[in-house]
Ligand binder design. Structure first.
Ligand SMILES: [Fe+2]
Ligand SMILES: [Fe+2]
Length: 179
């Protein structure tokens, strides 16, 4: 059924090691920012579940690719969890705006109806993730965290490219996503 069973998996990772999670000092404000990347509306938690859900609907190579990307997002989430803990905050699946917890919610996932609107949503998710990581990188002065975010951004840019290639392959004529 699948001619190239490992094609998706091979393509989704970058051969660049992740930095060890480290912080200069505990910092509740930095933890608050990272919690948004970790379990906010546009977050690793949302990406993991969205890509896994799309994996149930996609077929063959594309299905394997989104599952593989989802596993990379789990790695990001794990690295963020360790960093948030080092910053002195419990990495529960919630954001903390003004110390008020908003727990992650499955309605954050874009479930979609077909391959094209799902891929378009996955492209948007990666674009928004890159944008938020860049904003947080500007604010966070801790060099260890900045380095970690830089490495995560590399993956997100790679994912964006993969999703863009997929949409042009599976949805020719699907307009507007790259403009
Ligand atoms: Fe990620
Ligand atoms: Fe990603």
């Amino acid at each position: 059924m699948n001619e190239r069973p490992h094609q998706g998996r091979r393509k989704c990772t970058l051969p660049v090691p992740y930095p060890e999670p480290k912080v200069v000092a505990p910092n509740a404000f930095y933890a608050q920012l990272l919690l948004e990347d970790y379990a906010g509306m546009v977050s690793e938690e949302t990406a993991i579940h969205q890509y896994l859900f799309h994996h149930y609907y996609f077929e063959d190579e594309l299905s394997e690719m989104v599952e593989c990307i989802s596993i990379v997002e789990m790695k990001h989430q794990d690295l963020l969890a360790e960093t948030i803990q080092l910053l002195g905050v419990a990495p529960e699946y919630r954001t903390l705006s003004n110390n008020f917890p908003t727990y992650w919610n499955a309605s954050y996932v874009y479930y979609g109806t077909d391959v094209c609107d799902r891929l378009a949503a996955d492209i948007a998710a990666e674009q928004e993730a890159i944008c938020t990581y860049r904003q947080h990188q500007e604010i966070i002065m801790d060099p260890h965290i900045r380095e970690l975010l830089e490495r995560i951004i590399m993956d997100e840019e790679h994912h964006l490219k993969l999703f863009e290639q997929a949409i042009s392959r599976y949805c020719p004529g699907w307009g507007g996503v790259n403009e």
